[in-house]
Structures are given as structure tokens and as C-alpha cells.
Design a protein around this ligand. Structure first.
Ligand code: N01
Length: 536
């Protein structure tokens, strides 16, 4: 066993969560290693380099809140793209000398718990073996990509990729490109490449109820001034709002407002852009269908006005809502709907005209037409939230892989860990607020919570901590109870519910109670001597 590398803590994944966790573990004085499948820091921003990839969280909250880091960093726009976010990670890396504790190109394939030694054994794809007392999973919610099993896919002669594996420097200029999927990725990609391609064919199953981003350039001098007095308040504010953004839900019931009042409010949010019209608007849209219909009608009328062709209007913004507004994640767009006014863009509704097969030259649909393509790009999403966890063969006290344990539904306590998997925590994963919140907002305090519980163990001579089964059952049931009051099941295919992946258990995968409630729950547990956790 001499080639086994021993550490106090291993972190898997080097996005915002893994990097923050590394910083916390260093502060504790742990001997720590971060294992990352990719060749650099950034997590989703390392992998998602398709044209148009850009974050939907606005400056300044898409960065770490440490003044030592933000004082010397400035994004150039309100919603930065993948290049700038990768530059941000490079900046943080350089400033804190992070990479010396990171093993890149190290994909972890298994993690096995040894109860007799209170240690995890982690093995990478290349066969490198690590032993560690503490194990923090920071694999994000979108690390396992998904391509539907279309017939004939292997026969296609042109470029064929999932968007998260976009070929470096691939130039779409003058090409006939097909895009399957109109989620957040599809919307961003489509609006970016439409002006460049010779012809674009979009295969849509569900229209994306996208909102105007309203991108802005940021003034460097202005940013510098705001850092002194406003940034600390803004970063603090993240703990007080439902989604960890700067705007918050309005808890006044939609239908208790007058038509004038809500129209003015809607218009104001629409003009502000970003997610103001969604998670900065009336909160009852998630629970009350009538309220939801009112919001949808506003969205629909605004959107249809941007589209010329009546058939196209109906495909992209139908008179009747395809699902309750906001129960699938809207994308933020800049010119998405205008794309469909271009003569060289086709939009195929696969509900009416399904994809029958991929041919060597393109895609054949059920009307018999072969859509000839030079490139076919799958913006078909991910095995979201749980896929990155279950892709690793994780076995705890009873030796049962977590993948098997979760066949009938995720089981976690506080969205931080699971019974029978001691000393293993995750950040921004199943049953936490995850993508119901701005990433760094939730990541920072959960990462600190995990560091605190490890500190507690070390100070009290405890070698192991694990979620109690009863506490876990209560948390998981409470989550599904809140979910059952909402409208999330109104969308047929939705990664929020796991229903985008054939055969996956349909259930809400993230905590829907909001950041302040979640924050209070985990802090209350800690304050009560880590209630719900069992120590040894
Ligand atoms: O994936 P998705 P994504 N035939 O699952 C379609 C984050 N993100 O990569 O809607 C035809 O949302 C599917 O159709 P339908 C963000 O949290 C953030 O776009 O299921 N179509 C859908 O249109 C986001 O929500 C950012 O009916 C098929 C698309 O493929 C999450 O990642 C940017 C199909 C998949 O959409 C995932 O987004 C990008 C089939 N068989 C992503 N199967 C930003 O912050 C699937 N589809 C900006």
C-alpha cells in the first residue's frame, strides 16, 4: 500500500464549491488535496465553452465575498461569460496559490468507507489511490452530461457533440448547424451562433420561457467606489433573500393586487431584466396556478411582440402556457426570439414532428424530411443534481452504493450528507437550495458549515460524524411536502424533478424553502450541538 496517498481531507471538484472548501480546509490546517477531472479550475466554467455560455447571476454576487479577493477583481459586464469567469478562477488561483493542492485530470471513480479505520479510500480513473478521513463532494449539479439515445447517432459524418464538450475553436461560420434542446444552454448557443451560420435548424421539445437579460457594461471606476461601502452590504444581503440574489420574492399574493399595481410591478421587473421577473416577483407563482397564469400572460404578450411569423409565435410563446411559468428554469436571453425572424433559421417542434433518426448527413424527422447538417450539437442537458454523485461508486457503512440507495429517491440530512456515509459531505448538491439559489451564496456558508463540523470533531477528539437516519427521513419528507404544495410537477420534462432523464425517480431534487430557511436549519442544527448528526 506504499503508493497510497494519505490526506486529512480530499475534495472532489474544483468549481466555486471545491475552491471555497479548499480555502476553508487550509485555514483549519488540514493536509488536503483537491481532485479535479478537468485540466483547470472552474467546474462548469471549465467544461462549458460553447459560444454564448454566460452566467445568469449579476455582478457582484457571482464571485467570492472575501474582500481580499474582490478588491482586486472586476468583471467587465454585469453577466460575465465563461472566458471571464475562467479568468476569475485563474486570478483566485494565482492570488492564493491554489493549484499546488490540486491534482488535475484526476477523475474519481470510487470512494469506499473503511469503518475500522474511519477512512475513505478514493480511486481515480488512472488508478491513483487516496486515503482520507474527510471527503467533500463538490461535483456540482451539472457534471454528467446527457445525450438522448437517438437511433443512428454514431453514423453522423459531421461534427457531433454535447455542448459541454464543445470542440475548441470550432468555427460555425458558413456551416449548416443543428441544435437539439432549448434549455438555458440551447438559448445561449442559438442566439450566439445564429448570426454566423449558413443555416440553423433548432429541434425544440418545450419552448423556453426566457427572460430579457439586459446586459450592461460595467464601469471600472464606479465598481471601485462601490466596493468600499456597497459590496459588504450586498454580500450580506444574500443570506436574506429567497434565492441568495440581491432581489427578493414579493410575498403579496398576485391576485390581491390591482391590475394597475401588478402591471406596473411587472413592467418594472421586466425593464430591470435578469431574474427580476421570476425570483424577484410575486412568490405565489410557484404555488397558485391562477397567479401563475397572470404572470405567463404578461410574458407571452411581451415575447410574441418580438416574433414576426404567427406560426413561430405559437411555437415559441403559445397562447396557452406549456407549463406553469417558472417551474422550469427560464434562461436569460439577449436576442433569442429575434433569431426566429431570420430566414435561415428553422424551428422544428419535435412533439409534432419527432426526430426519427440521425443519418450520416443530418437528422430525419417523422415527416420524412432529412435536415442536412454539417454539425449537430446536443444542448440536451445533464443528469442534474444527483448525476455527478451517483457517477462515483460511493459505498458507506453498509457497502451499498449510493446510486442503489437513491433509486427510490434521494435521502439526505440538510442537503449536506447521507446516513451510512460518515465524514462525507457535499456542497451545492441534492436537497440543498443549489440551483434554486445563486451558486456562491449557498456555497460559501455550507462550505464554512462543513469546515466547522470538522473543527468540532478535531477539538472534541471525535473521529467520525454521520447523519442520523431519523433526521434524514424527516428532512427528505419535509422537502417533498413543500414540493407537493407547489406547481413543479406541471412540467412534463424538468431536471428540477429528475423527469428529464428516462427512468430517474421523479421528485424535487433541491430544497424549495429558500436560502434564509435553509441557512437557519443548518445553523440551528450546529447551535444545538449538531442535532441530527451522530458522532463517534
Ligand atoms: O439543460 P436543460 P441545459 N428530444 O435540461 C431538450 C444550468 N445552466 O444544459 O425542455 C428533444 O435545461 C429539453 O427539452 P425539454 C441551468 O441551471 C446555466 O440547457 O425537456 N429535446 C431541453 O430543451 C440550467 O437549467 C446557465 O422538453 C430534448 C434541453 O434538451 C441547467 O444548467 C447556462 C430531448 C435540455 O435543457 C441545464 O441547462 C446553461 C429529446 N429526447 C446551463 N431530451 C447559465 O447560468 C432533452 N431535450 C446561463
Amino acid at each position: 500500500m506504499s503508493d497510497v496517498q494519505e490526506f486529512d481531507a480530499i475534495i472532489v471538484g474544483a468549481g466555486f464549491a471545491g475552491v471555497h472548501q479548499l480555502i476553508q480546509f487550509r485555514k483549519l490546517g488540514l493536509k488536503v488535496r483537491l481532485l479535479e477531472a478537468g485540466g483547470g479550475l472552474g467546474g462548469v466554467w471549465y467544461w462549458n465553452n460553447y459560444p454564448g455560455a454566460r452566467v445568469d447571476s449579476e455582478n457582484p454576487i457571482y464571485q467570492f465575498s472575501d474582500p481580499e479577493l474582490y478588491k482586486d477583481w472586476n468583471y467587465s459586464v454585469k453577466f460575465p461569460d465563461w472566458r471571464e469567469i475562467r479568468q476569475y478562477f485563474e486570478y483566485v488561483d494565482k492570488k492564493l496559490d491554489l493549484s499546488k493542492d490540486v491534482s488535475y485530470n484526476s477523475r474519481v471513480v470510487s470512494a469506499i468507507w473503511d469503518e475500522s479505520a474511519d477512512r475513505w479510500t478514493l480511486t481515480t480513473e488512472a488508478g491513483t489511490v487516496y486515503r482520507t478521513q474527510w471527503f467533500s463532494l463538490c461535483v456540482g449539479i451539472g457534471s454528467k452530461y446527457y445525450i438522448p439515445p437517438f437511433k443512428g447517432i454514431e453514423t453522423f459524418k459531421g461534427e457531433i457533440h454535447h455542448t459541454s464538450r464543445w470542440p475548441k475553436d470550432y468555427d460555425v461560420k458558413g456551416k449548416r448547424v443543428g441544435v437539439v434542446g432549448t434549455g438555458s444552454t440551447g438559448v445561449q448557443l442559438i442566439q450566439d451562433i445564429a448570426p454566423l451560420v449558413d443555416h440553423l435548424t433548432v429541434f425544440q421539445r418545450t419552448p423556453n420561457l426566457s427572460l430579457p437579460m439586459r446586459q450592461e457594461k460595467l464601469d471600472l471606476e464606479e465598481q471601485k467606489k462601490l466596493k468600499d461601502y456597497l459590496y459588504p452590504i450586498q454580500f450580506g444581503r444574500r443570506l436574506q433573500t429567497f434565492s441568495g440574489y440581491l432581489h427578493d420574492l414579493d410575498m403579496k399574493p398576485t391576485l390581491e393586487t390591482t391590475l394597475e399595481e401588478r402591471t406596473l410591478a411587472y413592467e418594472d421587473k421586466w425593464q430591470k431584466g435578469g431574474f427580476h421577473f421570476w425570483i424577484g416577483s410575486y412568490g405565489d407563482i410557484f404555488f397558485n396556478q391562477e397567479a401563475n397564469d397572470v404572470a405567463y400572460a404578461f410574458w407571452r404578450d411581451k415575447t410574441r411582440a418580438r416574433i414576426n411569423d404567427p406560426e413561430m409565435k405559437e411555437k415559441l410563446a403559445p397562447m396557452k402556457s406549456p407549463h406553469p411559468f417558472g417551474v422550469k428554469r427560464p434562461s436569460l436571453e439577449q436576442s433569442y426570439f429575434e433569431v426566429y425572424n431570420q430566414p435561415n433559421v428553422d424551428l422544428i417542434d419535435v412533439n409534432k414532428n419527432s426526430i426519427v433518426e440521425i443519418t450520416p448527413d443530418g437528422v430525419r424527422t417523422s415527416d420524412g424530411v432529412e435536415h442536412k447538417l454539417d454539425a449537430l450539437m446536443f444542448a440536451t442537458g445533464f443528469d442534474m443534481v444527483t448525476g455527478g454523485v451517483t457517477a462515483i461508486d460511493i459505498r458507506g457503512q453498509d457497502g451499498i452504493p449510493i446510486k442503489e440507495k437513491w433509486v427510490d429517491g434521494v435521502r439526505s440530512y440538510l442537503g449536506l450528507g447521507s446516513a451510512t456515509y460518515p465524514n462525507m459531505f457535499w456542497i451545492y448538491g441534492p436537497q440543498s437550495p443549489a440551483a434554486f439559489s445563486n451558486g456562491p451564496s449557498t456555497i460559501e456558508f455550507t462550505s464554512e458549515w462543513i469546515a466547522d463540523v470538522i473543527k468540532h470533531c478535531r477539538e472534541n477528539n471525535l473521529s467520525h460524524v454521520v447523519a442520523a437516519k431519523e433526521a434524514q427521513d424527516a428532512w427528505s419528507e419535509q422537502l417533498q411536502q413543500i414540493a407537493s404544495m407547489g406547481l413543479w410537477t406541471g412540467a412534463k420534462h424538468s431536471w428540477y424533478m429528475g423527469s428529464n432523464i428516462e427512468g430517474k425517480k421523479v421528485e424535487l431534487l433541491q430544497f424549495p424553502g429558500g436560502v434564509p430557511v435553509y441557512y437557519k436549519a443548518i445553523m440551528d442544527s450546529a447551535a444545538k450541538g449538531y442535532e441530527g448528526w451522530v458522532f463517534k
